[in-house]
Design a protein around this ligand. Structure first.
Ligand code: GH3
Ligand code: MG
Ligand code: MG
Ligand code: MG
Length: 327
């Protein structure tokens, strides 16, 4: 906190000296002005705890100075005490208060009373300063708090992302897929609309890993996932990696023929990658087998029913020689 400043204004230097004498001993810095104009200029450079203002001055008088200060946002809070020897009439005192002064003192001044009043304003100033520092501190804390809140929201979003996303491929993971399957099953059992599921499994992937290594196997999983993502689907269709080399697409409001269409498209796209798989007994490239299931969800049955049906179809596709779709 800075030392409080008091502005003393009087056109007569001897009066300024008298005031200085009366203010001796206060922990305050005195700033002097010998005209109203000079006083106003000082108020733009300093924040005063108090202004002791003469009334009668050549040029701008004290009343004018006070009124101008009161009209200025930067200075209107500064307390002004008029100190005068000549303007003692009631109308002057009245005008003094009207112009915004907090007090109007007549000379000769009573030293004790004068010093107590000055002391009160110094104290008020210090309290005001402390309060504004607290406000600043509060504002800083508020900004910090807002930043923390923002970080927390971002972390929560990231956590949510991590808990629903497969780290290797960026597709939805089994956890999220299972949730969506159950949600769509419930929705379908309300609307009576069919729900379809396409299950995919890479053929002879163990052999692929054995031939090319696990890392290349991972790259292959990513490539198959990227292929699935590129196949045009509706926003409500959800693609996930639900196991090691197993993928799934959930197709709400889609019947069997629609789902088979999607399944064939996917199988063809993976085949068309022509990704070499020299140890595959099925083909010389990476292929998938696809199982399709479609049901109108019934309220009493679990969503698992659809999954089991698709699994049976997938098993059939494997038995039928792989790189094909079964329903
Ligand atoms: P099928 O045609 O009958 O599906 O034969 P398959 O070899 O693909 O099936 P199997 O279930 O015997 O083997 C699956 C392989 O997938 C075995 C496992 O090492 C591999 N696998 C599972 N998860 C990952 C993974 O995250 N990365 C890699 N590189 N391989 C994985
Ligand atoms: Mg004067
Ligand atoms: Mg498998
Ligand atoms: Mg497999």
């Amino acid at each position: 906190m800075g030392t409080p400043k008091i502005l003393i204004v009087d056109d007569r230097p001897e009066n300024l000296l008298t005031l200085e004498g009366l203010l001796e001993g206060f922990d305050a810095e005195l700033v002097r002005a010998t005209s109203g104009e000079q006083a106003l200029a000082h108020t733009l450079d300093h924040d005063f705890a108090l202004i002791l203002l003469d009334v009668q001055m050549p040029g701008m008088d004290g009343f004018e100075v006070a009124e101008l200060m009161r009209g200025n946002r930067k200075t209107k809070h500064i307390p002004i005490i008029f100190v005068t020897a000549s303007y003692k009439a009631s109308e002057h005192v009245f005008k003094g208060y009207e112009s915004g002064a907090v007090d109007y003192l007549l000379k000769p001044l009573n030293t004790m009373v004068f010093r107590s009043k000055v002391g009160v304003f110094i104290e008020l100033f210090q309290q005001r300063q402390a309060l504004s520092e607290k406000t600043l501190e509060f504002d800083r804390k508020l900004v910090e708090l807002e930043e923390l809140q923002q970080q927390l929201e971002e972390t929560n979003e990231q956590l949510l992302m991590l808990s629903t996303t497969d780290g290797l491929t960026g597709l939805l993971n089994w956890r999220r897929f299972d949730e969506l399957l159950n949600e769509e099953w419930k929705r379908g059992s309300r609307t009576g609309r069919p729900l379809s599921l396409v299950l995919m499994d890479i053929d002879h992937f163990k052999a692929y890993n054995d031939t090319y290594g696990h890392q290349v196997g991972d790259d292959c999983l990513r490539e198959v996932a990227a292929t699935l993502v590129k196949i045009p689907m509706r926003a409500m269709d959800k693609t996930a990696r639900i196991g090691g080399e197993e993928f799934a697409v959930l197709l709400p409001e889609t019947d069997c023929s629609g789902a088979i269409e999607v399944a064939n498209r996917i199988r063809e796209c993976v085949d068309a990658l022509e990704k070499p798989h020299r140890s595959s007994p099925t083909a010389g490239n990476v292929t998938i087998s696809v199982g399709v299931a479609s049901l109108v969800p019934t309220p009493g049955d679990p969503a698992r029913k659809l999954l089991e049906l698709a699994d049976v179809a997938l098993y059939q596709a494997k038995s039928d020689g792989r790189n094909c779709c079964c329903c």
